[in-house]
Design a protein around this ligand. Sequence first.
Ligand code: PEP
Ligand code: MN
Length: 647
Amino acid sequence: MIVTLSKSISLHDKEMVRIYLQDRGFSIQEQHFGDDVIIGTQKKGVADLRELGLLPGVERVAATSKPYELASRETHPEDTIVTVGPVTIGGSRISVIAGPCAVESKEQILETAALVRESGAVMLRGGAYKPRTSPYAFQGLGMKGLEYLKAAGEAQGMPIVTEVVSPELAVDMKDLTDMFQIGARNMQNFELLKKVGSLRKPALLKRGPSATIEEWLLSAEYLLSFGTPDVVLCERGIRTFETYTRNTLDISAIPVVKELSHLPVLVDPSHAVGIRAKVSPTALAAVAAGADGLTVEVHPKPDEAFSDGPQSLYPGQFERLMRDIEAMAPVVRKELLRTPRHSYGRAAMGPGAGTAPEPVHRPSSAAQVAFSGERGAYGEQALIRAFGEDVPRLSTASFSGIFDRVLDGSAVAGIVPVENSLTGSIHENYDLFLRYPDIAIVGELKLRIVHCLIGDEKAGLDSIRIVRSHEQGIAQCREFLDKHPHWQRESYSSTATAAASVAKEKAAHVAAIAGEDAAKAFGLKILKAGIENNPLNYTRFVIISRKVGDKPWIPPGLGSETPNKASLVFSVPDTPGSLFTCLRILSEGGINLSKLESRPIHGQPWRYLFYVDVNIPETEGVFEHIMDELKTKTEDFRFLGAYRGSL
Ligand code: PEP
Ligand code: MN
């Protein structure tokens, strides 16, 4: 239990609190955190928390079973998302920080920043003050190095993180860095923690090489209790009897700490293993274990690095790692965080700063994004992956409702499922693109779908007689449902709507097939998780926005990377070889076709439209030229949008 006393408590009242606790069998430990006095007690006594809270001078009583209160999930059940300029760390994103071990020269850091940014890093790391084991090793460029790091971050639109080694330097560095790193060797430098905490800047707290998880969280408690709410933990390997690798990455610490604490957890695979070839597999394992991101050492010429060259990735290796993380993220129900690539000034930094041009049709109300279904729907999950947790959401009762709301401007964007890896295309939505010519596709996202059978607290597998879901949910769980042939299947407009109806009915005989988030949103119990026919169950969503003139407006938060994928739809004359002619144009233009699907043209029996997804070649102008040629060979040609494809 932790009792926080008011700053102005009198000596008499403080003594009364002490006597109150001692009389009830507690042993007391008084600590001072900044201005606050905190009396921590051991769990031996019994007290009425309400009565204790009412004693004069007592500000707060927390019945935590952990010695760290502010870092504990017991007192803060929701995940904390730390914001550093346009970057968020935590929640449903995987945020990757990259850069050299140390800033060695202006040229070196500018070059590295450009390379890691190109591959998708969102923050730049680099040591200006290096705590080195040997006093003869390179100690860093100091303040000059920090200035170079700041300039490189600004040039690439990346906030920076750098290590601070003393309380005095923390003050000098405060206005130059976006985030402080507390190095592993300094994890228990309590004076440093107190000073950094009091500066109220985001802090990346590395785990000490021999620190237990509890000691690590207690160090986080120092930062939090001294003022900064923005603490990110970083597992970087601990010292064990194994000497093959530099340290031993304590991978199990990731899920353990995620349970004990609400703070985001990053992993530093570079210092953990110390061997270049082992960094990427370790990094992927960290993502698989639930890390909220990584900090990775990358150097343009690792062989010439002043420090940690053997563990620094070549830029090409880092690029490959980023692609692998992007491909793996949906498996752990996350999305790789991307931020706009153009540079931004420090003054403009802040959540969402510099993310989008001012839209012509942007409604004056908050920029909402539309999805179909209730709270907890897969569409809502995809929306959160694409735009973050904070974006206002507008739910619609049908898929066409998404298009309507985007068209009338009440939503700036919408998220629409178009294809499932088990059941194929969602034709209703393909057809909607034809009905709404002023809507364009501006983004794409793949979401792993894990279906659960969810029901009332009273329900069990034996009590179920009716199962409700969207028809896609029913189809994707057919093998499981076939094992329960007596269950009646009822189709609903969305999986979350089905969950809502079950929650309303509160009966033991009805259940819904929906996601874990829907169970949470409606307070339902998960009767069985992972009931989809195949775990490789992904739904591809596209992000839509309204065209302004003939150009789509790019909603904030989508990033501004060059599109590499496009969707089009066309019909061809009813003559021999007409489709072949179109495909040949694509083929000869070196354009890769990633999807081709035909749909009946409404009102024209036995005539078809072709939906085509293609990759856009990098050479400028080539794609436009091929599209122009294609138009001359097709009857009805519609360009649905160019966007950044997700893997
Ligand atoms: C670093 O990140 O450059 C570093 C020195 O790491 P650690 O404190 O984890 O050894
Ligand atoms: Mn290093």
